[in-house]
Design a protein around this ligand. Structure first.
Ligand code: GCW
Length: 724
């Protein structure tokens, strides 16, 4: 073959592969591939014979379009809907008020149970026919029900005996974007921001619609569009117009928009000389700002605020409390039923106390002082979205305050969008954690969903991992983290196993030869990343600023709490952060039961050992290993786990398209390289203190400590821009 011909073939292959890839992953879990198994599609074809779908509102029409689109793709033929309800309907999609009385009466108890957003999906016999009924009290319930029905079909479930009643357990199910107005994304690893501010409001990128569809399909009903390190400009009329357009798109999918509000906005864009929350002019400014926003966006959600944290302005600049700041904004949005989400992620450079203690110390005294339409948003753990943290002590410690939880879906500390890590496993671990604030009913999930103490507002927020990448999230498996977050926000008691299985089947294939091994691989992936990054309770030993890769040696930053050395405290005597009574006593912020469990070496879970205790290198663990050996073995185990992920991935090659297979295969290669980097760099560094040999079974480092220390990444993605 001539060189020219080879070149031609290669470029042809590249074009094909680029075209293939252009679509690959964009559809997320909503691909709806045509059902191949005829025994399954026969049942569905019967159901699709004579379908009535109620129309007439934006959300109902969206539901109808989704159903049509889904049926056509899954069944591979055009779909019509009947215009009137009759006795011969095979599928009825209709609100309760529009159902025939004999039908709606039959389900009274269910309708009472499902509230505003739930739905019922039931197969019944009516006039001798089988009819599938999808009904709800409100439009949005119908839309959620349609997505559920399509999901059931996509995953090949039998519908002939379906009897499903479902409603969300949490009210506010929200994505927090950390997107800047210049389209960079703080901690974003999937390209740039999908919000094209320059072309808005006139140009509506079809992506906005697909984004809303994806969110609605998993029950997400609120979004904040911009970074919590906020730019006040977003509150100006020019941006309000742009946001109004987005809000109009999202409304048909049941999604409300929130603004991130910069506390100093009255000064920066309002021309006032103070942002003091007790100043009447400041209050007036926010009142009229709220009025202006609601004039454009009548269902506007409210404000999300990061205040007096990491340099952001806040009420403390004027010697006022978080409650005083939050309540001022709460009053402004109250006439319109708006909500203020106030973040509890605070720590100060002036406070030399353990950073893990600061949120609790600042917020618990304010319990009961926040107005009814304020909800305090607390990160899952007391430090900062680490691969593993114990639960945040604030959960259940503010019984008279609405409290919501914040997870990070974007993988700032979990390998960016290069590492395959299934986060619902982490979310589940936190949600299932007991606070022991009561004898029963006080897990984190129960605090968050209002079981612990009934709340005016219940909510769960996730920091989005979405960007302009073709597949939205960078790593195709990072889509599962977006999906899983939505599912857990709807029902915080769902198991990560169920979520993994659902997602795999909807995204890739129902073939058990693919689903089973890959589901296991996903479920183990979270423990792998803990092992190769932060085993045994180590935390925040990431390289500075960008948090890409290990940096346990970093010690020269101005704020102590920014230095990894602050967190691991390694010296010749040992390693770990003493948070017991002999140290920072952070354990005292937990309930008495947890304080005892964490404080006692006999009962402290091995996973949190170095989070709560400083221990000698020779400390003997229950399995007989010394601390040093166990740490080294854990790092090695993490690397081995990634090796075995690669083996698993190779084994499923026959079930995927080439591009689908190759994409993940390449990413896993990087993950393995980086897992080894973490192991080698951390062990070499800690070895300078432990002065011990690596135990048998741990691979020799591939390079010197100096080499690892010399690595610099000035262009690592997601770094906070300089003006923040
Ligand atoms: O995790 C840290 C991040 C910051 C972020 C901050 C926060 C938005 O490193 O980039 O700022 O948390 O949650 O406010």
């Amino acid at each position: 073959m001539t060189n020219k011909r080879v070149l031609f073939l290669v470029s042809l292959w590249c074009i094909n592969c680029a075209l293939g890839q252009a679509k690959e992953g964009y559809d997320l879990w909503l691909g709806y591939s045509k059902i191949q198994d005829s025994s399954i599609s026969e049942e569905y074809l019967e159901i699709a014979q004579y379908v009535y779908v109620q129309e007439g509102t934006a959300v109902l029409d969206t539901a109808g379009e989704e159903l049509k689109n889904g049926f056509e793709k899954l069944l591979g033929r055009p779909q019509d809907f009947a215009t009137i309800l009759t006795n011969s309907n095979t599928l009825i999609v209709s609100k309760r008020e529009n159902l025939a009385l004999n039908l709606s009466d039959r389900f009274t108890a269910d309708f009472d149970e499902i509230g505003r957003e739930g739905y019922i999906l039931k197969s019944i016999q009516s006039n001798g026919n089988s009819v599938l009924i999808l009904s709800a009290n409100e439009d949005i319930g119908i839309l959620y029900g349609v997505f559920r029905l399509l999901h059931l079909m996509q995953t090949g479930q039998k519908l002939s005996s379906i009897n499903l009643v479902d409603a969300p357990k949490i009210d506010l199910r929200m994505l927090n974007h950390w997107d800047n107005l210049d389209r960079t994304v703080e901690r974003g690893y999937a390209g740039f921001s999908i919000w094209n501010w320059q072309k808005l409001p006139e140009y509506i990128d079809p992506r906005y619609i697909d984004y809303a569809r994806a969110n609605a399909s998993i029950g997400i009903n609120a979004v904040s569009l911009t970074n919590v390190n906020a730019n006040a400009l977003v509150l100006t009329p020019m941006y309000l117009k742009k946001v109004t357009t987005l809000a109009n798109v999202f409304r048909s999918y049941g999604i409300k928009v929130f603004f991130t509000a910069r506390f100093s906005a009255p000064v920066e864009i309002g021309g006032l000389d103070t942002a003091d929350p007790l100043d009447v002019n400041v209050q007036e400014w926010w009142n009229s700002k709220a009025k202006e926003i609601y004039g454009e966006i009548p269902d506007f959600g409210g404000f999300l605020v990061k205040a007096n944290s990491e340099g952001q302005p806040g009420p403390q600049n004027y010697d006022r409390t978080h409650a005083e700041g939050a309540n001022m904004l709460a009053k402004a949005v109250k006439p319109f039923n708006g909500t203020v989400i106030w973040r509890a992620f605070v720590y100060s450079e002036h406070d030399s106390d353990d950073r893990a203690k600061q949120a609790y110390a600042e917020f618990v005294p304010l319990d009961g002082k926040f107005l009814e339409n304020v909800v305090v948003q607390t990160k899952n753990g007391p430090i900062d979205f680490q691969p593993r943290e114990p639960l945040h002590p604030l959960f259940g410690a503010m019984p008279n305050t609405s409290q919501m939880i914040e997870f990070q879906i974007t993988q700032e500390y979990l390998g960016f969008s290069t590492h395959l890590v299934f986060l619902p496993k982490l979310f589940e671990e936190v949600l299932d954690s007991e606070t022991y604030r009561k004898e029963k009913g006080s897990t984190v999930a129960e605090v968050v969903d209002g079981t612990f103490k009934s709340k005016r507002i219940t909510g769960m927020a996730g920091v989005a991992n979405i960007g302009t990448d073709l597949n939205w999230t960078g790593h195709p498996f990072a889509q599962a983290n977006w999906y899983g977050f939505g599912k857990l926000a709807w029902n915080p008691y769902l198991s990560s196993e169920t979520i993994a299985e659902e997602w795999l089947r909807a995204t890739y294939t129902n073939n058990p030869k693919f689903v089973e091994p890959i589901r296991e691989m996903m479920l183990n992936s979270r423990e792998a990343v803990v092992n190769y990054m932060n085993p045994l309770g180590l935390h925040h030993i990431f390289d500075t600023g960008h948090h890409y890769g290990p940096g346990p040696w970093v010690s020269e930053l101005s704020r102590p709490a920014w230095n990894p050395t602050y967190y691991h405290n390694a010296d010749v005597n040992g390693i770990g952060f003493d948070r017991t009574a002999s140290g920072s006593n952070a354990i005292a912020q937990y309930s008495r039961t947890l304080e005892k469990i964490f404080g006692n070496l006999e009962t402290c879970p091995k996973e949190y050992l170095l989070w709560f205790h400083h221990l000698p290198w020779d400390y003997k663990l229950k399995n007989g290993e010394t601390l040093w050996n166990e740490m080294a073995l854990k790092y090695q185990e993490g690397v081995d786990q990634v090796e075995s992920m690669i083996t698993t991935w190779k084994s499923i090659k026959p079930y995927l398209k080439r591009t689908q297979y190759e994409e993940v295969a390449m990413l896993l290669t990087i993950q393995l390289k980086e897992a080894k980097w973490w192991r080698d760099a951390c062990l070499l560094y800690f070895q300078t203190f432990s002065k011990k040999e690596l135990p048998l079974g741990v691979d020799k480092p591939s390079n010197s400590l100096d080499y690892f220390k010399s690595l610099k990444f000035p262009f690592a993605p997601g770094t906070r821009p300089r003006w923040n």
